[in-house]
Design a protein around this ligand. Sequence first.
Ligand SMILES: Nc1ncnc2c1ncn2[C@@H]1O[C@H](COP(=O)(O)OP(=O)(O)OP(=O)(O)O)[C@@H](O)[C@H]1O
Length: 303
Amino acid sequence: MEAAVRTSGLRKAFRATVALQGLDLVVPTGAVFGYLGPNGAGKTTTIRLMTGLLRPTSGTAEVLGLDVATHPDEVQRRVGYLPGRFVAYPDLTGAEYLRYLAALRGGVDWSWVEQLAERFDLDLGRRIGTLSHGNRQKVGLVQAFMHRPDLLVLDEPTTGLDPIMQAEFLTLVGEVSRAGATVFLSSHILSEVEAVADTVAILRAGVLVRTATIPELRAQVVRRWDVTFTDEVPVEVLRACAQVAEVRVRDRTAHLVLAGSAEALLRAVAPYGVENIETHEADLTEVFLGYYRHEEEEPWPVA
Ligand SMILES: Nc1ncnc2c1ncn2[C@@H]1O[C@H](COP(=O)(O)OP(=O)(O)OP(=O)(O)O)[C@@H](O)[C@H]1O
């Protein structure tokens, strides 16, 4: 599949600090791609390299088929970019600022700008300098979405937004994604990534530690199930299931630790008269956080 973003051996050092250590990243066209990692992992550095705002120490980045090093202006025109710390001209009103950007970029449908502002409950008539932090962030979001870019690169987009506006943002991401856009989303809000992303990459100390789809990560979640049978517990059948990591039996209930998909287990126990299944699901957040921890620590949390 053609990639919306492809980096190869992308490395960035700031004097003694190596922010990114040879990143090979592929963001498939049309994906909602969550980019996660603890503070200082190198997420913003990656984004600034991808958008041509920083030059790599070595390696390459290709965005929408363009080499960022040789076509930075075109990349910036075609990408919808929301920086982590969005700043705009404080003396301009939202409308003045957005009209200025629209004239620079061209091809902006102003009624779409107004719709976006309305959806985010943003007053375009107010000077940006007088807006609250959250409302300024909304100006940043509108400018990122307003030219209907093929790729959105959003660095901590919901910072400062209230829960209703966060939900509106997620709805908008879903809409543009269904319309064919690719969304690259750096976020610390794991529930938000889980809700909207189909693929995630996890960065730690400038190194990519995992790229996976949300279902792949979910399949890794270790869960506890209590299965009660109408008759005797078929212990051997349970032990024979590859995904069952542990079995303890008490009366007619089997207490199981399940690592992986429950499909095989459900199929195996079906003929034995299952009276009840109680599940204790581990949070996907735990899986994310497992990757944030240092190598010497236990990588896999258990529910
Ligand atoms: N302009 C710079 N000069 C020197 N060091 C920098 C610069 N920009 C980033 N760094 C360093 O590079 C590393 C990665 O920083 P980066 O901002 O990319 O991380 P991040 O994953 O976005 O973190 P956060 O989640 O805190 O925003 C950090 O150690 C940071 O201090």
